[in-house]
Design a binder for this molecule. Sequence first.
Ligand code: CAO
Length: 488
Amino acid sequence: MNAAARLLEVRVPDMGNFKDVAVIDVLVKPGESVEPEAPLVTLETEKATMDVPSTASGVIEKVHVEKGGKVNAGDLIATVRSAGDGAQAAEPAQAPASDTPAQTADAKDDAPATSAKSAPQSAGQAGTAAKTASPAAPPQQPARVATPVSAPRQPAADAVAESPAPLRTDLPPINEPGFSRAHAGPSVRKFARELGVDLTRVTGHGFKDRITHDDVKAFVKSFLMAPGAASGGAAAKPGGGTLPAVPTVDFAAFGPIETQPLSRIQRISGPRLHASWVNIPHVTQFDEADITELEALRRKLKDAASERGIKLTPLAFIVRACVKALQAFPQFNASLDPTGANLVLKKYVHVGFAADTPNGLMVPVVRDADRKDIYQVARQLGELSEAARAGKLTAAQMQGGCFTISSLGGIGGTAFTPIINAPEVAILGVSRSTMKPVYQDGKFVPRLTLPLSLSYDHRVIDGATAVRFTTFLAKALAEPHALIEAVP
Ligand code: CAO
């Protein structure tokens, strides 16, 4: 094929009765490379807008129309210097330059739809083509390019199903009805879909305030530069979803207010708690443990421990009981890998515990809790709590936890729903023990009862396993002598 034979002409398709159709956007310049189906210009009739795509891959030799100009069927839009042989040049034998190119239209009325079958139709195109319209009955287009569809398609459903994954997950959600009505051409819609941009939020600066590619780019840029847009910021929506915004209220309109900044720790822990809450399907299993004997034993051992500088609180017993439960139920001593398809079982048992400090919540970790006896555990709990309250915990002392205990028992409460310390898969909440009448051997007897609240990741742990875990735990706490045994 000689050079002249490889110059292909792209012309305005048959548009039925429409004459002097406005060219509202010219999307390419001479020297630019194009692929088949790449939009070259956007035309607008009274009823619809449509992109006229290239029929060949190559370089734009010349653009024959101007933005704001008028065209009619058969007018030359652009000359494309084909990049290679006939195959790359979109089968020129079947699709000569004078053939009608494919149409993709965006909605302005409910005339019959067309869909471009040869090229993967974009979500935006799919969505908008549904309501729209080819300005006239489908012309004699090459079969490979465009075929009429028999019934209108559901724009929003198609758009969602065919949408590529948006690059940003924290952009505002797309308002589908508004998106379909937005004043933008198919290629701009496609572009917006790819980026996850809601066109109803974009201000158009094109012809007759039409939204252009540059407007979409400017919107994304401004969004990226806005405070809180960075991942981990308050606006981030972890896990790839988007959340409806909380209403903004002018509190001062209702009375005097004072604004206090969150502490540094709150600003760090807040997004992590939020990430866990929105990413993990939490279920909380409540249970009770009879710790009458445990408390009696603790009281017996407490003073001797104190003489050795150890504060023997119920928490040390709870840690020891949890170690046994984690050994019996290894799926609780595990994390999902980042793909979510595999469970990583840990052969070590590092137990974290929530500590209430003047600066906020911290979670130090008792390393190798399975290799420590109750006194070693209690000593570590004391040392780590002290370091946490003094703001002296090192990063290493807060890392590597497998399971967390949040004990509010020293303060009060009857039950609560702790948030899992992701990527762990469970957390045990402990509330204040109270004396309760328990029916035993035909009579009520007073028993010291400890409320347990186990939140677990339902993707990993099912309800039956969770209640087996709390039952095991309650039994271990009810038989405290096994908890004070020396650890080999
Ligand atoms: N029921 C009744 N009394 C309890 C109890 C329970 N479940 N747990 C502890 N107590 C008692 C202790 O026995 C101790 O009394 P004595 O001095 O008479 O023995 C007293 O309450 C205070 O205990 P403590 O708080 O000093 O020690 P601890 O080991 O129980 O707890 C720690 C340590 C760091 C977990 C705790 O101080 C703390 O910070 N708790 C708050 C955790 C938290 O904020 N969780 C929420 C996280 S989500 O926001």
